[in-house]
Write a protein that binds this ligand. Structure first.
Ligand code: HPA
Length: 225
C-alpha cells in the first residue's frame, strides 16, 4: 500500500536520509505553497513513503480548495494510505506538552458553510497501533479545526470543551475530508504543543520546539522509521 505522511509545524522524520526524489512544492502546478516557519515546502519521495514537509493554511490566505489540493494530488498519484499530523493546543487538561492524540472525530470551524460538523470518521479508519509506545502517551479525541491565525480566547476554549473537543488546531480537516472523499485509508495524529490553562502561550517558536521533541515518538508510533 503506497503511503504518505503530511508533517505539521516543527515535525520532522527521516531528517538527513536522502530521498529518491525531492520536489519543491513550487515546482508542482497548483500546489499551494505556504510560508509558515518550520515548514520546508518539499515533497520527499522515499521508496516506501512520500513525506510532505509542510502545508498551506487557510489563515495564510489559501482557499479551502487549495488546502485540499495536496491530498487530491496524492490520491490521484497512487497514494492509498495517508497519515496526517499537526501541532495542536490541548483543551483537555490531562494533556502535557508532547502528548499525542489520535483524531477520532472533529468539529469543523474552518469553513463558513460547514461549521460544527461532526465527522463520520469511524474508529476503524483511525485506529492506530498502540503497542509501539506507552499507552499513556497516546490519547484519542476530537479535534476542532479553526481558521486562525490567532490562538483561542479562554472563553472560546471553554466553549469548545463544552462541545466535546479535546484539541484545537488550524489544519488537517481539509486533508481528512479529501482523503475520505477519495477513499484513502487515513490516520490523523495531533502533537499537543501547548495546553490551555496549564502552559503559558508558547507562541509559534515554542510550538515548533515542542513538536520537534515529539517527532521521535510519532515516528515510533506510526512505524515511519
Ligand atoms: N490553537 C490553535 N492552533 C494551534 C494551537 C492552539 O493553541 N497550538 C498549536 N496549533
Amino acid at each position: 500500500m503506497k503511503k504518505a505522511v503530511i508533517l505539521g509545524s516543527g515535525l520532522s522524520i527521516r531528517e538527513g536520509v536522502t530521498p529518491l526524489e525531492s520536489i519543491p512544492y513550487v515546482d508542482i502546478p497548483s500546489w499551494p505553497v505556504g510560508s509558515v516557519k518550520g515548514h520546508k515546502g518539499v515533497l520527499d519521495k522515499y521508496e516506501d513513503l512520500w513525506v510532505l514537509r509542510g502545508r498551506a493554511h487557510l489563515y495564510e490566505g489559501f482557499t479551502w480548495e487549495q488546502a485540499c489540493f495536496p491530498t487530491k494530488y496524492l490520491a490521484e498519484n497512487g497514494i492509498e494510505e495517508l497519515i496526517i499530523t499537526n501541532a495542536a493546543g490541548g483543551i483537555n487538561s490531562d494533556f502535557e506538552i508532547g502528548d499525542l492524540m489520535q483524531i477520532t472525530g472533529y468539529l469543523n470551524f474552518m469553513k463558513p458553510d460547514n461549521s460544527c460538523k461532526l465527522s463520520r470518521l469511524t474508529q476503524e479508519v483511525t485506529k492506530i497501533k498502540t503497542e509501539a509506545i506507552a499507552s499513556d502517551d497516546l490519547y484519542s479525541g476530537v479535534y476542532v479545526g479553526v481558521h486562525g491565525p490567532n490562538y483561542e480566547t479562554h472563553a472560546e476554549i471553554a466553549l469548545f470543551k463544552e462541545m466535546g473537543a479535546h484539541a484545537v488546531g488550524m489544519s488537517t480537516i481539509p486533508e481528512l475530508e479529501t482523503a475520505n472523499e477519495y477513499g484513502l485509508k487515513v490516520k490523523a495524529v495531533s502533537v499537543i504543543t501547548n495546553v490551555y490553562g496549564k502552559t503559558l502561550d508558547l507562541g509559534h517558536e515554542g510550538v515548533v520546539e515542542a513538536a520537534k521533541k515529539a517527532s521521535q515518538k510519532l515516528v515510533k508510533l506510526l512505524d515511519l522509521e
